[in-house]
Design a protein around this ligand. Structure first.
Ligand code: GLN
Length: 454
C-alpha cells in the first residue's frame, strides 16, 4: 500500500488506490491460511468491474462511473482471500500498445521511466514489475497482457477463450476479449488462475471444462515436451536484440531436454489485418452503449437528444477510440461487409487451422512476444500503424482462441527486458505454466526492476 502511494506520482500505474477496502480485506483474512490466496496483494485493470468502485476503462466517458457489481473473477479472488490494492491505468477501452492513450495520463516503465510499459494493460504490468503487488489482472484482446509483460520483464498469461469468465469485463471485442494474469513468476500466475478459472453460468461463452491443479505442473520436468518454432516469423521487423535472445532461449529449452521441431503458421502474416477488422467491428457495436443516457459522462446543455449523444461521444472518447469506432462502422457497412468483415472471418478460421495442424506435432509454439523492447514515450504515438505492429506476434492467439504466455528470457544491450512467447493448444495452460516455470527457474533474469525506481 505504502509502495503504491510512493511510486504512483512517478509511474502512474494506479488510477485509484483503495486503502480502506484493502485494509478491510486484509483484516478479514488475517490468520485464514486455509484460503488459497490469503493476504495476496493484487491489482486490477480498470475495465474489470469492482462493486462500488470507479471502473473508468481509462476513458473520460466513464470517469465517474462506479460499477454496480463485481466481475466473477473479482468475486472469486475475494472468496480466496486476495487483497485488492487498487485499480490500474490502461489505454482507453483497452485500445493501444503503450498505455499512452489513457485519458488519465501515461504510465512509465520502471526499467526506464522515459519508456512505455506496453499496453493496453500497462498499469497492471507496472504494478507487478515495480514490486507493489505479486500479481494483477489485465485484459487481452490482441496481446494486452503478454506485450506489457514482455516490456516489463514479468510473466503474463492469456488463457484459452472461455477459460476465465468475462462477466464484469467491460467489452471491447467480445469474440477476442479475455481476462489475463500478470505475475512476478509463473507460480504467482498459476495461483491466481487456479482461483478464477472455470465455468460461470453468468457468461455463456465461459466453458465447462475441468480446471486442473496448476501448481501440480510447476517445476515438473520438461524433457518430454516438444516445442515448435515457426522460423519464418523471425524475419523482417524483429529487433536484433530480441531475435538473439529468443533464439538463445530455444537452445536453452533444448538444454532442458525439450525437443525442438519446425512448424509453419502460413496465415500468421495476415493476423494484424484480420485483427484490426474484427476488433474494430466488434468495438463499434460494443461502444454504442456509451451515449450519455446510461453510464458516466453526459455533455451539458445539449439542445436535444441526438445532439446530446453527439456531444457526449465527441467529448467523452479519445482519438484512438474514435478512430476504431469509425473503422469498425466502415467495415460493417453494407457494401463493404463482404469485402472486409466476412473475408476477415474466413482468414481468422485459417489462422486457427494453422494452430490446430501445428499442435498435432508439438506441445507449444515459441516466438518472440514483441518485435522490440520497450520504446520511448512518444515514439509511436503519432503513427497508429507502427503501434499496431507491436502486436504482430500476439494477435493470432486471440483470433484462434488458444492460450499463450510471455516469459522473460533476457535483456537487450541497453538493459531492457525481452520476453519469449509460448502458445499452447486449447485448455493447455498447465503445459504453458510448466514450460514457463522450468524456464524461469533455470534461466532467471537476475535483475529486479524495482531497484530502478522509488
Ligand atoms: N494492442 C492491441 C490493440 O490495440 C491489443 C489490445 C488488447 O489486447 N486489449 O487493440
Amino acid at each position: 500500500m505504502a509502495n503504491a502511494e510512493k511510486l504512483n506520482p512517478q509511474l502512474n500505474s494506479f488510477l485509484s488506490i483503495e486503502h480502506e477496502h484493502a485494509l478491510r480485506q486484509a483484516l478479514a483474512v488475517d490468520g485464514r491460511s486455509e484460503m488459497p490466496l490469503a493476504g495476496m496483494a493484487i491489482a486490477v485493470k480498470d475495465n474489470i468491474c469492482t462493486e462500488g468502485m470507479r471502473t473508468s476503462c481509462g476513458s473520460h466517458i466513464l470517469h465517474n462511473y462506479r460499477a454496480q457489481y463485481n466481475a466473477t473473477a473479482i468475486e472469486r479472488l475475494n472468496n480466496a482471500g486476495a487483497v485488492m490494492v487498487g485499480k490500474t491505468n490502461m489505454d482507453e477501452f483497452a485500445m493501444g500498445s503503450s498505455n499512452e492513450s489513457s485519458a488519465f495520463g501515461l504510465v512509465r516503465n520502471p526499467w526506464d521511466v522515459s519508456r512505455v510499459p506496453g499496453g493496453s494493460s500497462g498499469g497492471s504490468a507496472v504494478a507487478v514489475a515495480s514490486g507493489v503487488v505479486r500479481a494483477s489482472l489485465g485484459s487481452e484482446t490482441g496481446g494486452s497482457v503478454r506485450q506489457p509483460a514482455a516490456l516489463c520483464g514479468i510473466v503474463g498469461l492469456k488463457p484459452t477463450y472461455g477459460r476465465i469468465s468475462r462477466y464484469g469485463l467491460v467489452a471491447f471485442a467480445s469474440s477476442l476479449d479475455n481476462i489475463g494474469i500478470f505475475g512476478t513468476t509463473a507460480s504467482d500466475v498459476a495461483d491466481v488462475l487456479g482461483v478464477i478459472a472455470g465455468h460461470d453460468p453468468k457468461d455463456s461463452t465461459s466453458a465447462d471444462v475441468p480446471v486442473p491443479d496448476y501448481n501440480f505442473s510447476l517445476g515438473a520436468d520438461v524433457s518430454g515436451k516438444t516445442i515448435g518454432v515457426p522460423r519464418a516469423l523471425f524475419g523482417e521487423g524483429l529487433d536484433a536484440d530480441v531475435r538473439h535472445s529468443v533464439e538463445a532461449s530455444i537452445e536453452n529449452f533444448r538444454s532442458l531436454g525439450a525437443k525442438i521441431v519446425d512448424v509453419e503458421l502460413p496465415h500468421a502474416k495476415y493476423g494484424i489485418a484480420v485483427y484490426y477488422i474484427i476488433a474494430t467491428a466488434e468495438a463499434s457495436s460494443n461502444l454504442a452503449r456509451y451515449d450519455g443516457a446510461r453510464y458516466g459522462f453526459r455533455a451539458d446543455n445539449a439542445p436535444g437528444l441526438r445532439e446530446m449523444y453527439f456531444r457526449t461521444r465527441e467529448a467523452g472518447f479519445g482519438a484512438e477510440v474514435k478512430r476504431r469506432i469509425m473503422l469498425g462502422t466502415y467495415v460493417l457497412s453494407s457494401g463493404y461487409y463482404d469485402a472486409y468483415y466476412s473475408k476477415a472471418q474466413k482468414v481468422r478460421n485459417l489462422v486457427k487451422q494453422d494452430y490446430e495442424r501445428s499442435f498435432a506435432n508439438c506441445d507449444a509454439i515459441l516466438t518472440p512476444t514483441s518485435p522490440s523492447t520497450a520504446f520511448k514515450i512518444g515514439e509511436r504515438s503519432d503513427d497508429p500503424l507502427a503501434m499496431y505492429l507491436s502486436d504482430i506476434y500476439t494477435v493470432s492467439a486471440n483470433l484462434a482462441g488458444v492460450p499463450a504466455i510471455s516469459v522473460p528470457c533476457g535483456l537487450s544491450e541497453n538493459g531492457l527486458p525481452i520476453g519469449l512467447q509460448l502458445v499452447g493448444n486449447f485448455w493447455s495452460e498447465d503445459v504453458l505454466l510448466n514450460l514457463a516455470s522450468a524456464y524461469e527457474t533455470a534461466f532467471p533474469l537476475g535483475v529486479d526492476p524495482a531497484v530502478y525506481v522509488g
